[in-house]
Design a protein around this ligand. Sequence first.
Ligand code: 5GP
Length: 227
Amino acid sequence: MSSRSLGIPGPPGVPGMVGRPHRGMLLVVSSPSGAGKTTLCNRLRQEFPRLGFSVSFTTRPGRKGETDGVDYSFVDMATFQEMVARDEFAEYAMVHGNMYGTSARRVAQAIEGGQDILFDIDYQGGRQLRQKFPDDVVLVFILPPSIKELERRLRGRGTDSDEVIERRIRVAREELRHYDEYDYLVMNDDLDRAYDVLRAVYLSQLHTRVRGAATAEQVLSGQEQLL
Ligand code: 5GP
């Protein structure tokens, strides 16, 4: 089913799409590593190309296969600190011993431009965005079926040492404790089922009263819709 047939407003200024643009939604998806977040997020972006992705700044070194400016913008610590001092981050946090941050300018542009944005950031970042943009943020947490299963998945990847895996499990427990700060909890015991829930969250959030108000006003005023 195409996004158009679901009545999803298109990006601003695109003729032939239903509805006027609403303020951009900030869709935050967090989870401990290994819970399937990346796979679920990639699938959502594939199905809904109007959903942009927030490329974070980080001080961690790039991994094999990562591209600067696409996966992350890689910067050194001095640059990161200068950006903090200039108040250039909408949120920032230390995760796994490295600094990560989201550009304030990009977030403001997205909200005002009616662009929905997907954020792969941790609970500290989600919390800061919620404080700054309470009406625009939707917080989704992906739950692994169990800690044991999480460990099995991390070992299955074969990319990390035992020490790194043990640290990730410790951090995972810490992250899981923050589930109650989120709006939606999506259990990923089955990828297709978890995806169904995630897309349902996105679709229903697109059609809240606040986001749909401009479209309703358009209908009310008798303006023709560009179909
Ligand atoms: P990784 O280094 O494995 O890509 O990401 C490690 C963790 O950092 C993930 O949980 C990811 O969600 C989080 N993260 C990535 N970018 C940001 C960011 O800009 N802000 C915050 N707070 N967390 C981030």
